[in-house]
Unconditional design. Sequence first.
Length: 257
Amino acid sequence: MYDPERGWSLSFSGCGFLGFYHVGATRCLSEHAPHLLRDARMLFGSSAGALHAVVFLSGISLDLLMQILVDTVQSARSRNIGILHPSFNLGRHIQKILQRHLPDNIHRLISGKMCISLTRVSDGENVLVSDFQSKDEVVDALLCSSFIPFFCGIIPPSFRGVRYMDGGASDNVPFFDAKTTITVSPFYGEYDICPKVTSTNFLHVDLTKLSLRLCSENAYLLMRALFPPDLKVLGEICLRGYLDALRFLEENGMYGR
């Protein structure tokens, strides 16, 4: 949560192709409360959330990020079985994008400012990495954090000689202090910025800090996180992120200040 006295951080959840939500939320914050992004002590992220936060810190515009996401979805959906087609390797696709667009000094831009959630393959333990020595290390960490077995390949990638997989498998919404962290997620749940449902169903399932409300909307979103819908639906998810962030600002008295 936002705490102007103690400082604050932001955490972007892992969410696969629903990363469009993070773009919408970040655009809203940058337009109406830029200090939340500019003055945050730390950005946290897992999988798609980590990719989003690192790209944002690199200085790449949200418009370019949106186009990159659109191109990725179109490439995945162009195959007759989508992301599962043998000719489409999501890991290699992400690697090419990162090498092409991230600046060579990205490790200096994000060290001490960005914390990436990884899951160590050998024991399933979560590892948070916030110090990077090169651009290649940043790319390696992001590939590890985003690696979903079978969807991204068979053999997990490595970071500093150790194999890791999707950070969401052990901590999908990473943070150090829950009381001073603004959490962002496209899933219906107990986050600061997330969709809200009017139902009185308060049943939740807590898995790797992915606190999900048990509802049909989340079942649909979980499927679409792995198998992207058409761009119209993803555009609506981006708008949802913007509006949810706007509601957060209004509820905390930060809109229009």
